[in-house]
Design a protein around this ligand. Sequence first.
Ligand SMILES: [Zn+2]
Length: 51
Amino acid sequence: MFMTLGAIVGRLLHLKRTCPKCKKEQIVPLAKKHDDINCKCCGTKVPPPKK
Ligand SMILES: [Zn+2]
């Protein structure tokens, strides 16, 4: 089975977060989906988005 392009894009979008400090987009690995990540650019903690 192939994943549709929409499903892939949707998954990627869910794993993107914007750093609150420098506004850079961060790609979050699946394993870190529910964890804080550190911004690659400034090191600020970026919490998972709340639903
Ligand atoms: Zn940052």
